[in-house]
Design a protein around this ligand. Structure first.
Ligand code: EPZ
Length: 427
């Protein structure tokens, strides 16, 4: 398994190109299942999860072709086309490796009137149930059966009728599955307390470009008037606001000055506000967002929440940033039940973090010491990179396949702004 080795102490200076958003790409790709015409996605990030999703689409009969892009380019152009579906089954061996595979459930149900998708199971950060996905689909007329670890969904008469569902808990994935199921329904579908993440706005905008009729985009109430068919489209994936926020934390902890090229401030207000709380200079530029810092981070108090609140996907990265701050910072993780897996690894580097249930107190220390550490999940592994960039000495981050799921060419982007970082391939 590959390892990333960092020798800390370099201030990050320069421009970091932000790639297409992983969590937008993973809900845009299944949209190809909703039509027999080609869907072309631009600015698709080169990520393991995107490759994995392409493989799943192929299993269902959807062709995927990558158009020419130079090796030095970030992002790719992919055209996906499901002329006819050859399967409506997402098997366990694929779904268990990539939870986002569950996002084929809604589109398969809409296009083929049936879907058999393995239950994804839990992961490092929580047990990740999908009950809300299923309840929303049932509200639109789907019949759901759970058997032998699979969800078997069908639409009576081959087409969802429509209906109304109010989410008791905001769920990004359940909102995405429900919207993709609704666009081809016979009648109208209404979702209340829907998730409002920018990735869902991206999904809705792409579906509208394909001929869907969706009102309330960006709000918590989505009204979808089903249509008989969708057509192909070309759509550009939004910039990755979580990648941008991650590199912003790296800039702050190294007292650097970076421009996050392609990042959109309007999609990451809570993150930018948290950076300003830490004492960073944050300003819009013509091509992105500049984040600069001199001195140590001020204490922050951050509680994760659904968008537009502070993103749970930013918690581990801000915690790493706070380890060298002045005073004590307080974090509260309200979304997932086990999202402090990075804490024991950060402690190996000399961080002072005290976890009490859903909350964690981070007391700034004078310095961190590089050490061999283990990545456990995607955002936890980024927190280890951030700490390693500021630690004295060498940090070896193991199990970097976690990182490769969500950060395109991370070491190249960091080398380009002065980090002493390299990937050691295990062959
Ligand atoms: C998406 O996961 C993201 N993944 C996650 O990013 C992100 O952390 C999460 O949204 C929250 O923003 C992708 O977009 C691929 P949820 P998702 O459904 O959809 C509970 C990353 O690091 N819940 O919004 O699975 C659930 O347990 C990843 O990029 C139910 O109870 O998250 C959680 O407590 C990690 N029943 C809360 O809702 C359900 O049916 C929010 O989960 C579904 C969810």
């Amino acid at each position: 398994m590959d390892q990333i080795v960092i020798r800390g102490g370099q201030r990050l200076k320069g421009r970091i190109p932000i790639s297409g958003a992983k969590n937008a790409a993973l809900t845009l790709l299944p949209c190809a299942l909703l039509t027999d015409e080609p869907l072309t996605l631009r600015n698709l990030p080169r990520l393991a999860d995107v490759d994995g999703f392409g493989h799943l689409l192929n299993q269902l009969g959807c062709s995927t072709t990558i158009e020419g892009s130079r090796p030095e380019d970030f992002g790719r152009v992919m055209t996906a086309r499901a002329t006819t579906l050859t399967s409506t089954v997402a098997p366990y061996d694929i779904v268990r490796k990539m939870r986002a595979s569950i996002l084929v459930l809604g589109p398969l149900l809409a296009r083929a009137g049936e879907a058999t998708v393995s239950l994804p199971g839990g992961c490092a950060i929580g047990n990740r149930p999908i009950d809300l996905h299923l309840k929303a689909l049932e509200a639109f007329g789907a019949e759901i059966e759970l058997a032998s670890g699979y969800v078997k969904a069908s639409a009576p008469g081959g087409r969802l009728a429509g209906g109304k569902f109010t989410f008791p808990v905001v769920s990004v994935g359940a909102t995405e599955n429900a919207v993709m199921a609704a666009v081809l329904a016979k009648g109208m579908c209404v979702l209340e307390n829907a998730a409002r993440e920018p990735e869902i706005v991206d999904l809705c905008n792409c579906l509208v470009a394909m001929g869907a009729q969706i009102d309330g985009i960006g709000t918590e109430t989505l009204t979808i008037e089903g249509v008989d068919r969708l057509h192909g489209a070309t759509y550009r994936v939004m910039a990755d606001r979580i990648e941008a926020g991650s590199y912003a934390c790296a800039a702050v902890i190294t007292e650097g000055d970076v421009e996050l090229v392609g990042a959109k401030a309007s999609e990451m207000e809570a993150t930018l506000s948290a950076l300003r709380q830490a004492g960073a200079t944050v300003e819009d530029t013509r091509t992105g967002i500049r984040v600069a810092m001199s001195g140590r981070a001020e204490p922050v108090t951050l509680s994760t929440a659904p968008y537009p609140g502070f993103a749970t996907d930013m918690q581990a990265q801000f915690m790493a940033m706070a380890t060298l701050g002045t005073g004590a910072s307080l974090f509260t993780e309200t979304i997932f039940e086990n999202r402090y897996m990075h804490v024991p690894e950060l402690a190996r580097m000399g961080c002072d973090i005290d976890v009490r249930g859903r909350s964690a107190v981070v007391r700034g220390v004078d310095h961190l010491v590089g050490a061999p550490v283990m990545a456990t999940d995607l955002r936890a592994s980024m927190s280890l990179i951030i700490a390693g960039l500021a630690a004295k000495g060498e940090t070896q981050v193991n199990r970097v396949y976690h990182l490769d799921r969500g950060y395109e060419r991370l070491e190249e982007k960091l080398q380009a702004v002065g980090a002493d970082i390299e990937r050691i391939s295990a062959g």
